[in-house]
Ligand binder design. Structure first.
Ligand code: SAM
Length: 350
């Protein structure tokens, strides 16, 4: 059973050894293995969701952050970042624009900005819920207290994205400042689950110090936690961070991991991330052909897009811009796919 191509046929039997065999498969068969994985994952995605790809409108609410994650362009100690935060009114305007364009999920993402207290966020989420009753609200605002997750859920938030970043505590410590731990990240994910959110975890591919064993652990964690969403993108170096000169993550490996996640969790909502689109001109399409079924175009005001620089050259125009849905539509049509209207909750089909 150690033939990687044969192994791909039986994801139900993937244990640590099988995953290590797949991820370690040597150079020349590698390409064939990856192509085979993509074909199986694509087939599985089409069977679960049909040709439709879900769209989410991303609103980058603030690039202030109290954290100092070593990889991240908006980390607290990056002095070269020009900081901004959107007003509630601006955020609601973004949702309004998105609704008009056809978006039925809004993702509010930001740094861990101390100004984003519950007293500020709860009424904001409640007003979005009231103004757009047929839309899903996704939050991606980092680690918060259990009570905060509870209040935001009560106010109307449906989903929460919080990547675990790496399933290995030592690797986690290498990527984050003292005081941030994998244990607290996993507590947050568990609380979010218990509060009734659809939860997304995930990781970067090629983050400094990452080993193949780390990736095996990431996949095992994902299988155990059974998230409704998984975010995977290549690490891309960011100016002004300790990892600015570190090479970017491998795009082929990122695509392979997307395929493996699709085969492990056939119903998972799996975005072709902005980082993938940044790393490769047709990265978004390649991601979809490898098993992704979600894209998240940017609804933020242009000025904010320029400042929400998580990594160098982050894509923010063309098909990445929410107002250019036609561009995205054409790109999807070129690979035989369409945009799915609708909220696209976990468990929906097509
Ligand atoms: N503050 C929230 C959080 O930490 O979850 C949301 C924003 S955070 C910037 C969103 C994600 O961006 C992180 O989970 C991380 O995986 C990704 N990211 C940050 N820096 C990156 C980089 N240099 N390359 C690729 N992805 C990066």
């Amino acid at each position: 059973m150690d033939n990687p191509q044969r192994l791909l046929e039986s994801p139900g039997q993937w244990d640590r050894k099988a995953l290590a065999t797949l991820l370690h498969s040597p150079d020349s068969p590698e390409k064939a293995t990856r192509a085979h994985a993509a074909a199986l994952a694509r087939e599985r995605t089409l069977a679960e969701f049909g040709k439709g790809v879900y769209i989410r409108g991303l609103v980058e609410v603030s690039n202030f952050c109290q954290n100092d994650c070593l990889y991240c362009g908006i980390r607290r100690s990056n002095q070269s970042v020009s900081r901004y935060r959107l007003t509630d009114e601006a955020i609601l305007d973004c949702c309004q624009d998105g609704y008009r364009l056809g978006f039925r999920t809004f993702v509010l993402q930001g740094g861990e900005d101390p100004v984003l207290t519950d007293d500020r966020l709860v009424p904001l989420v409640a007003s979005i819920r009231q103004a757009f009753p047929d839309c899903a609200i996704t939050l991606s605002l980092g680690e918060r207290s259990r009570d905060s997750y509870h209040r935001l859920r009560q106010a109307g938030a449906d989903r929460y994205l919080l990547r675990h970043e790496t399933a290995d505590p030592d690797h986690y410590a290498r990527l984050h400042p003292p005081g941030m731990t994998l244990a607290s990240r996993l507590d947050c994910l568990q609380w979010l689950r218990e509060e009734g959110y659809q939860v997304g975890c995930g990781f970067m591919v090629g983050s400094p110090g990452q080993t193949v064993d780390n990736l095996v652990d990431d996949l095992l964690l994902i299988r155990e936690f059974q998230p409704e969403m998984v975010g995977i993108g290549p690490f891309i170096p960011a100016r002004g961070t300790p990892f600015a000169d570190h090479p970017a993550g491998d795009v082929g490996l990122t695509l392979f991991l997307l395929s493996l996640v699709r085969l492990i969790l056939p119903k998972v909502l799996l975005p072709a991330t902005t980082a993938l689109g940044t790393a490769l001109p047709d990265g978004r399409e390649q991601g979809i052909l490898a098993g992704a079924n979600v894209v998240m175009p940017n609804l933020s005001p242009p000025d904010a897009r320029d400042k929400y620089m998580l990594y160098d050259n982050k894509l923010r125009s063309h098909a990445e811009a929410a107002e250019n849905l036609d561009d995205l539509r054409h790109r999807l049509e070129s690979i035989g796919r369409t945009i799915s209207v609708g909220r696209g909750d976990f468990g929906d089909s097509g």
